[in-house]
Design a protein around this ligand. Structure first.
Ligand SMILES: O=c1ccn([C@H]2C[C@H](O)[C@@H](COP(=O)(O)OP(=O)(O)OP(=O)(O)O)O2)c(=O)[nH]1
Length: 158
């Protein structure tokens, strides 16, 4: 069963009313990066290739990312917490998808806490304001053994 948006907002904390949706919480765009060197995944570990931050441009006084088609690593502004007994998923905001763009995501493990990342695929040029809602986080009940304790635990959290 998926939890309600109000439950997800409580789990995350510090969420504005406009971000709370019936079934989840909208996440906002903090930063956009482009990968500039290869990464590596082996049987023993992984390295993530270096990335360069994409600069924002001013559009009528708004700080926007003006993105050409391609793949970008997007950082969420919110600190996500996945409570015990749950698993998290992120979906694109449908307006992103309706603008020929997509957000590709992985599994958010029970016990994870941090400012995570998503792969933003831009199929047609788009402008997204820094801080705009572009994704939705949902929580589902889940059995699990242990909790997340990997290399991304606590990422981006001061
Ligand atoms: O789209 C996603 C999905 C997950 N995460 C976060 C939450 C998740 O708990 C953590 C680690 O994900 P995963 O276990 O898939 O990473 P890994 O590549 O297996 O790394 P590790 O070996 O450190 O677990 O990254 C994201 O930032 N973005």
């Amino acid at each position: 069963m998926f939890e309600s948006g109000a439950y997800v907002a409580d789990a995350l904390g510090d969420i504005a009313d406009e971000q709370v949706q019936p079934n989840g919480v909208d996440l906002t765009l903090a930063r956009v990066e482009r990968q500039r060197e290869p990464g590596r995944i082996t049987t023993e570990g992984k390295t993530i290739g270096e990335r360069t931050r994409v600069a924002t441009v001013d559009r009528d006084g708004r700080d926007c990312y003006a993105l050409d088609p391609g793949y970008y690593v997007a950082g969420y502004a919110e600190t996500v917490r996945v409570p015990e007994g749950h698993v998290g998923y992120v979906y694109p905001r449908s307006s992103l998808m309706r603008n020929s763009c997509m957000l590709h995501t992985a599994v958010w493990d029970a016990g994870y806490e941090g400012k995570g990342k998503g792969l933003l695929e831009v199929g047609h040029p788009i402008e997204i304001e820094k801080g705009a809602r572009f994704a939705q986080f949902v929580l589902a009940d889940a059995n699990h053994e242990g909790e997340y304790d990997g290399s991304y635990q606590g990422e981006g959290v001061e």
